[in-house]
Ligand binder design. Structure first.
Ligand SMILES: Cc1ncc(COP(=O)(O)O)c(C=O)c1O
Length: 452
């Protein structure tokens, strides 16, 4: 009997995977030979597949499920909103939209007041870039190489992430990339003691060369995410603000990944006491339960469109159901003290990784803010030779083995190049962090054998 039930379950499992693979396309992957986790349900920090295997989610999926999986209050809010009204054109008003706009004005820095809603992060950056150009009458956008801003054309072109390279013949024009302030691998070979913020002077020089009067905005991730959690030096954001003010350039913070408590503050830029002119958001705004993004602008920028039309528009802008989900999610961050928990659990992760460093020679660096962290594996701590070369998938065998071990031991997280990401849902507990780091520790032992 049990055998029979198992057989039926196996058949169901296989059929689901097959229809997914036969009829849908998967992001950023070769389509043949995929072996996805077939997720049946998810709760808190765990995913469960059809075989009943449990995976601890150590990346909050795409660093978006910040409140954890399966929160009933979001489902209730969505259901209630759908019963009242699911969709009206963006020209109409709804309570959910107004409430969300007001709340965002309260939790974002300074005079940021009015939000334009989109469906996700890439679209929010597209519209922020367009708005910066409309507002300033200038065309160039200064961005970083080690950054990702989305996969649509302008957002992709704004990023420097190599995922854009296969399509870069069609890049959107007028993005100028600068080096990152990557202290562990400083492009100017500086140490903290000798550093004079060459990284910031470099940006100013590039702007001088480009002609400041042609530059509409500097766009940066609030805190660096998928490029390796490259932490900004303490005064870097302030220096960017000064450069912008000097030249009449707008400062745009892309908080798609670093927003909504992820770094231990509402937004990554809050760690630096700087107010951007435009703040871009998505992911954590609904914790991934329903797609939503947005850009909030300063009063001054909003006022510039009081007497001329704001030429932005989307069918699904300010979707009532998405706004209702976001209102419920933001209330959960507050009611469950998730930002405070992020600060405490982030410190705990840092202490525990310090201990791991003592037993794993392959841990070169750990960069973390709140619960947005990344372990960088190296072959040698002195030379900092990466465990596998940057962006050469064919030479990534060691990290593939590390990633396979992580999955085998029951964890879902991001392993990219020589990086392992640690970004669990913000409701994570110490016990769950121990469980996750134990898995990572076992997997890193594979890399240790390749140290020289
Ligand atoms: C910093 C940043 N901006 C923008 C995006 C794009 O967001 P979306 O995938 O919702 O378009 C991402 C996605 O990972 C991101 O990390």
């Amino acid at each position: 009997m049990l055998k029979e039930i198992n057989k039926i379950a196996q058949a169901e499992n296989d059929a689901i995977i097959k229809t997914n693979l036969d009829y849908t396309l998967f992001s950023w992957s070769k389509q043949a030979g995929l072996n996805p986790i077939n997720v049946r349900r998810a709760e808190g920090v765990y995913l469960y597949d059809y075989d009943g295997k449990r995976y601890i989610d150590f990346s909050s999926q795409l660093m978006n499920v910040n409140i954890g999986h399966g929160h009933p209050k979001v489902a209730e809010a969505v259901y209630k909103q759908m019963r009242e009204v699911s969709y009206v054109t963006p020209g109409c008003t709804t309570k959910a939209r107004g409430d969300l706009g007001k709340k965002l004005a309260e939790i974002t820095p300074g005079t940021l007041t009015k939000t334009f809603f989109t469906l996700g992060g890439a679209e929010a950056n597209e519209n922020a870039i367009k708005l910066a150009r409309l507002y300033t009458g200038r065309h160039k956008i200064i961005t970083k190489y080690r950054a990702f801003h989305g996969a649509s054309y302008a957002s992709m072109s704004a990023g420097g992430d190599p995922r854009k390279v296969p399509a870069d013949a069609q890049q959107a024009p007028n993005f100028v990339h600068v080096e990152d302030p990557f202290c562990y691998r400083c492009p100017w070979s500086q140490k903290i003691e000798s550093c004079h913020y060459e990284c910031a002077s470099h940006v100013e020089r590039v702007i001088e060369f480009e002609g400041p009067e042609t530059v509409a905005a500097i766009l940066m991730e609030g805190e660096s995410g998928s490029s390796g959690c490259i932490k900004y030096p303490p005064n870097y954001w302030k220096r960017m603000r000064e450069i912008c003010d000097k030249h009449g350039i707008l400062l745009i913070a892309d908080e798609v990944m670093s927003g909504f408590g992820r770094t231990g503050k509402w937004f990554g830029i809050d760690n630096f006491g700087v107010e951007p002119d435009i703040l871009v958001m998505a992911k954590g705004i609904t914790a991934g339960y329903i797609p939503l993004g947005g850009l909030i602008v300063s009063e001054k920028i909003a006022a510039a469109f009081n007497d001329k039309p704001l030429m932005l528009g989307l069918t699904y802008s300010a979707h009532a159901v998405a706004c209702a989900a976001a209102n419920a999610v933001i209330k959960i961050y507050e009611d469950e003290n998730l930002i405070e928990n992020t600060v405490n659990m982030g410190r705990y992760v840092e202490e525990r990784v310090e201990e791991l460093k003592k037993i794993h020679p392959s841990i070169g660096d750990f960069r973390n803010t709140g619960l947005l962290g990344c372990i960088e594996l190296v072959k040698n701590r002195d030379t900092k030779e990466p465990m596998v070369p940057w962006n050469k998938p064919a030479e990534g065998a060691i990290m593939n083995e590390v990633a396979a071990k992580i999955r085998e031991l029951g964890m879902y997280t991001f392993v990219r190049w020589n990086y392992i990401f640690i970004a669990p849902p913000l409701c994570v507990t110490k016990e769950q962090i121990d469980e996750g780091l134990d898995i990572i520790s076992q997997a890193i032992s594979i890399a240790d054998k390749h140290c020289n």
